[in-house]
Design a protein around this ligand. Sequence first.
Ligand SMILES: Nc1ncnc2c1ncn2[C@@H]1O[C@H](COP(=O)(O)OP(=O)(O)OP(=O)(O)O)[C@@H](O)[C@H]1O
Ligand SMILES: [Mg+2]
Length: 337
Amino acid sequence: MPSAVMPTPDRDAAASAAVSATGLRKSYGDKTVLDGIDLHIPAGTVFALLGPNGAGKTTAVKILSTLIGADGGQASVAGHDLAASPQSVRAAIGVTGQFSAVDGLITGEENMLLMADLHRLPRREGRRVTAELLARFDLTDAAKKPASTYSGGMKRRLDIAMTLVGNPRIIFLDEPTTGLDPRSRHNMWGIIRDLVTGGVTVFLTTQYLEEADELADRIAVLNNGRIAAEGTAAELKRMIPGGHVRLRFTDPAAYRSAATVLNEATRDDEALALQIPSDGSQRELRSVLDWLDSAGIAADELTVHTPDLDDVFFALTGSTDRTTATTVPHQPKEAVR
Ligand SMILES: Nc1ncnc2c1ncn2[C@@H]1O[C@H](COP(=O)(O)OP(=O)(O)OP(=O)(O)O)[C@@H](O)[C@H]1O
Ligand SMILES: [Mg+2]
């Protein structure tokens, strides 16, 4: 039977999973970058892959988008097996790389038309799609200017517009907002949300924990070649300790009295601040305030900190930027208790 009419056994899986991978491996020389990665991304959702520099995020994106081969494991994207049907995978996906694919020497419009040609769209259709996408990404006014004159945010929007020319059902965005100012980042989030509303599945990598928190249905943290944790933002936050109430004093005597009363607090003698482990609930907050009241002590500042994704990231990836401990964030180095 010619291969063109052979049934594709993996087609049924497309309905539920946009991306599914088991045991993906990749090494460069004797450096293992991916050491057995499993992924399951339902269609129509946003998945964020987090990890420190060099963790293998771009490598994962390149493998899943058929740009490079894996050394081991199995994956299907849009229901097509990566190894057996790379052409079918390519037809279903769009990829916006970490580094811009925009050609600065030609105009934004010409970049778009080039993509339309690559997708073999008829000329008239290519022009229609180009005009529509340029308008959607607020680039119509700049369409006839060389892309080298675009700001970083405009280039990024053009990059994504180019990715959408082929009307992909799954898009890979490798650090879509790196280098963008807060306004451009929020615009990009809006664009990504619109894509998802339109039924597109988004696989994104990011260095911004807030971004994953805002956008992603599920988040995986990549560390040392493996998925260190996977879940919703809320699930990940629940995995680690770090919630606390922080009391700051200006009067050293009040600080010392409070430290005596709240003897489970972690002291920061330099800042005259105390940190009391707390889940941030009203009940726990009230008991802290009751202690202070009964001892006749008034703090000058009270802040409640619940773990955020940054805490998760630092705890799971063992980064030393925020804390010396890998499992208990927010313990100041000079903690004496
Ligand atoms: N072509 C290659 N040859 C050799 N080593 C490579 C190659 N591509 C990537 N690596 C190595 O693989 C590791 C993972 O790289 P990768 O680009 O996937 O990381 P990343 O998580 O995307 O990092 P970043 O956040 O900096 O973009 C790094 O140590 C990198 O040096
Ligand atoms: Mg990368």
